[in-house]
Design a protein around this ligand. Sequence first.
Ligand code: XMP
Length: 327
Amino acid sequence: DWTMADFMESESKRIKELVGDDHVILGLSGGVDSSVVAAMLAKSIGKQLTCIFVDNGLLRKGERDLVEQTFRGHFDLDLRVIDAEKQFLDDLAGIEDPQEKRTRIGHRFIDVFKDTAAQIKAEFEDQNTQIKYLAQGTLYPDVIESGHGYAGTAANIKLHHNVGGLPEQLGFDLIEPLRSLFKDEVRALGTVLGLPENMVWRHPFPGPGLAVRVLGEVTKPQLDLVREADEILLEEIVSNGLYRKTAQVFAVLLPVKAVGVMGDGRTHEQVVAIRAVESQDFMTADWARIPFDVLATISNRIINEVRGVNRVCYDISSKPPATIEWE
Ligand code: XMP
C-alpha cells in the first residue's frame, strides 16, 4: 500500500522531530488503534516510547499474552503490564447496574493509569528525561464525533471512559498519529508497519470488557465462565472462516438458570447467549447469518466443555433497537 507507506514515512519523521529527546507514554489496549499507534511510535522513536497495558481482569482469554508476545517479541518495546485485576473486581463486587459498572471501571482505569504514568515519569526524571507526551489512537471519525458515544479504543481514555482532561491533568501534550485516518486506512498502516494479521483485523472490544458481558454482578468465577465460552466461540468462528465476515462476535453470560437433563438427573445451570453481528460503523448492525451447522458445533462444544452451562441461545436482534452489547 503505497499511500500508507508514504504516510508512515512522513508521520514518523514528523513525530521524531516533534518529540526530540523527550519521551512518550501510550495506553495500549490491544485493540487495532492503540496497537497501530504503538507500532508507529516504535518505528519512529523506538526506545523513547513506554506503553502501559492495564490488565483489569476483564479481558478475554489470552488477551494479555497476545499483547505481550506481539509487542515484547515482535516490536521489542518498553511495555509495562499492570496487574490491576483485584482492584477492578473489588470495585465491581455487589454492583448490578450496568451504568454503575461502567462508571466504576472508568474511574479505576483513570486511577491506575495516572499512578502508573506518574511512577514512570518519576523514573525517567531520575535519568533526566522528560515524559512530555501522551499518545492516543484517536481516528478521524472520533475527531468529528462518531455518535455512538464511546468512539475510539479503550486506550483512548478521554473518549472511552468519558473523563475529559486526563492528558492535561497529567501534564502531557497529546500525540495523535491517526487523527486523519479512517479505520480501513489504520488497518492498511498496521499492515505496512508489520503488525500481524490477527492484530490488524481484530474485532473491537469495549473498554469495560467482559464486565458488560457478564450480566448483573461480576465475579471471578462468572468471568472465567464467559471466557471459556467466548474462547470456544471465537475458535469456531475463526476456523470456519467467519471472522473477517463479521464485525463483532462474543459470548454473553445471562444471569438466569435453566433446567436441563443429564443422565437420570436434572441440571439447573446457566445460559450463554451468542452475539454475532455485521456492521459498517457500529451505529447500526444486523445479526450475522452464521450457518446452522457452525452454530450447532458452537452450542455442542460450549455445553460439553464449559461447566455450569446447559443452554446456548443465538441473539437474532438488530441494532436498532437492540444494541450490540447486552449492557
Ligand atoms: P452498542 O452496544 O452501543 O455498542 O451497540 C457499539 C460499539 O461500541 C462498543 N462499546 C463500547 N466501547 N466502551 C467502549 O470502549 C464502552 O463502554 C462500550 N460499550 C459498547 C461495542 O462493543 C460496539 O462495538
